[in-house]
Design a protein. Structure first.
Length: 158
């Protein structure tokens, strides 16, 4: 019997402040299937020879143009449900960090933008109603990690 193992991805919830002073989370609009045109957390498949942290930084740079300072380098949030990706069983390792540099879409991201707390909340609520805002399980990932960022912002820890 052939042994099959899940593939691995890294994703990054990136906090970023624009030159105009808007602070929020960077989301990309997917330029390719699956989920073309939907919002997603920047990320991609884990490349051989890179650590998970290196891969997350590489993917952030390719899709957003930003250098990523990872805040949880040894403790990524892991999502391993077999149904979370239509391409197959793919395990996501999610990092949180700060983005530095000039935001610009690249690689397979059609667009990259910053969404503040109110916008993220509105997008999550809309996705809950319609199911067609976010790609993969990224609404769940954002919702489950929301309080970390929300707490930092509302309590002066930004």
């Amino acid at each position: 019997m052939e042994r099959r193992t899940p593939l691995s991805t890294t994703d990054a919830i990136i906090e970023y402040t624009t030159a105009q002073g808007k602070t929020g989370i960077v989301l990309i609009t997917r330029g390719h299937e699956p989920y073309r045109g939907r919002l997603a957390i920047p990320g991609g498949f884990h490349e051989e020879g890179l650590t998970l942290e290196e891969n997350a930084m590489k993917e952030a740079r390719e899709e957003t143009g930003l250098q990523l300072h990872i805040m949880n380098p040894r403790n990524p949030y892991t999502y391993s449900e077999a149904e979370r990706d239509p391409r197959g069983h793919i395990v996501a390792h999610v990092y949180c960090g700060l983005g530095m540099g000039e935001l610009r879409a690249g690689d397979d991201a059609a667009k990259a933008d910053v969404y503040d707390q109110a916008q993220i909340r509105e997008l999550l609520e809309r996705h809950q109603r319609t199911g067609d805002v976010f790609a993969f399980d990224h609404a769940r990932i954002l919702a489950e990690n929301w309080y970390r960022w929300y707490f930092r912002q509302d309590n002066g820890y930004a």
